[in-house]
Design a protein around this ligand. Structure first.
Ligand code: SF4
Length: 412
């Protein structure tokens, strides 16, 4: 039941974008270049040192999930010859819509961040990797590219509709004309990526943050967020049966202050399919913050908060997610070829009422840190959190007492 299992969360056709305090401040003005320039003015041309100082001063971290310091990547790319800048909009995670929201509402903020960085690095090309399964976002970015006349060349690619297609090495493979799947990497992309050149690859939100910083300046950027974590981040509020909504939130805000309330015991998946289960009661008081969430044992990841169906079953939903993820790998590494289908079997058996906690633990030990990319690790993390964060749900299945009426949106 793994090879072609569909995602229990469909790729969104429509995305609700809420106006925000910074990146999404211009939603009502529309996505055009004239509207963008009217808000921000012309794009400044910071030197590499100036750009490095700016991103270091605010501690800018990548928004694709790993929260890697942007300044460190910039330094690495600057050390090599003929660097390349890449904007990754592929958003392989079905429950995520924030990069689509930027493509639809603020494409020139994304492009300004990438173009300013390319100029600072002396790079001649910016590559845009567009989502093959989100036609509106793709078309909006292509229209934005047509509006611009940068001295830097903008080249576009279209990612495959696959969960792992947005993984950094998979993107480099796509750009190189090969299959859009992850491969083993011997050095970070910022050191050796596309055509063995230093490749500064970040997702759309990261580039929009760079653009905002360059255009608005450090004092304006610092006016939002906390002293330790200045600025904002984008959250995708994904709910069963509804279009996802994207909200921009200053760091330090509590989830309970920005998302509609749920019963305290309601199960919520934070960080997407590679994230972790928790309950609304715990999440509501947790700050939107990388270290603040880590202290609560939760990943911010790419900012996804998914709420399954009210009458749905978190075990059934997790089982459907693992079935889907097992079919999304490149099928090249042992943990994915053999391990993820076995994990999918174990989670399905738990949903059906068997005690598989020991089997899940055994598989977690066998799968973690064994793949060429983090796909097995992320899947294991999400499964393990089901057993630690929702023990009453797991026990209810063992006792034959699950009261859910659906497998959270997929056929029981
Ligand atoms: S770990 Fe899985 S998804 Fe990653 S490269 Fe290996 S087979 Fe592909």
């Amino acid at each position: 039941m793994t090879g072609s299992a569909a995602s229990p969360v469909p790729i969104p056709v429509r995305v609700g974008v809420h106006p925000g305090p910074a990146l999404l401040a211009g939603v009502a003005d529309g996505p055009s270049l004239p509207a963008h320039r009217a808000r921000y003015g012309d794009l400044p041309t910071p030197t590499l040192d100036e750009l490095h100082r700016l991103v270091s001063a605010v501690g800018l971290r990548g928004r694709g999930g790993a929260a890697f310091p942007f300044a460190t990547k910039l330094e690495a790319a600057a050390r090599g010859r003929r660097p390349v800048v890449v904007v990754n909009l592929s958003e392989g995670e079905p429950a995520s819509a924030k990069d689509s929201a930027l493509a639809l509402s603020a494409p020139h903020l994304v492009l300004d961040g990438a173009v300013a960085t390319a100029r600072a690095l002396g790079a001649r090309e910016v590559h845009l990797v567009l989502p093959g399964d989100r036609p509106m976002a793709r078309l909006r970015m292509l229209a934005a590219v047509d509006e611009r006349h940068d001295k830097v060349r903008l080249r576009t690619h279209t990612a495959d509709p696959r969960f792992v297609a947005g993984q950094a090495r998979a993107v480099v493979e796509l750009m190189s004309g090969r299959t859009n799947l992850p491969v083993t990497a011997w050095a970070p992309e910022a050191v050796e990526g596309y055509r063995r050149r230093p490749t500064l690859l970040s997702n759309a939100e990261t580039w929009a943050q760079v653009g905002r910083l360059v255009l608005a300046g450090e004092p304006a950027y610092r006016r939002l967020g906390t002293g330790a974590e200045p600025g904002t981040t984008l959250l995708t509020h994904s709910r069963h049966g509804a279009d996802p909504e994207v909200r921009e939130v200053p760091f330090g805000t509590s989830f309970g202050d920005v998302l509609p309330p749920l019963p305290a015991g309601a199960a919520v998946l934070v960080g997407g399919f590679h994230g972790a289960w928790t309950t609304w009661g715990l999440l509501a008081g947790t700050p939107v913050s990388v270290p603040g969430m880590a202290a609560a044992g939760l990943p911010l990841g790419a900012g996804i908060v998914h709420v399954p169906a009210t009458a749905g079953c978190p075990l059934g939903f997790t089982s459907a997610v693992v079935d889907y993820l097992a079919g999304q790998s490149a099928g090249r590494c042992g943990p994915c070829v053999n391990g993820l289908p076995a994990l999918a079997d174990a989670v399905r058996a738990a949903w059906q009422g068997r005690d598989t906690a020991a089997r899940v633990d055994e598989l977690a030990g066998l799968l973690t840190r064994r793949g060429a990319c983090a796909h097995p690790d992320g899947t294991v993390r999400m499964v393990r959190s089901l057993f630690t964060a929702l023990p009453a749900e797991v026990a209810a299945h063992r006792d034959g007492a699950c009261v859910a009426t659906t497998r959270a949106g997929v056929a029981p």
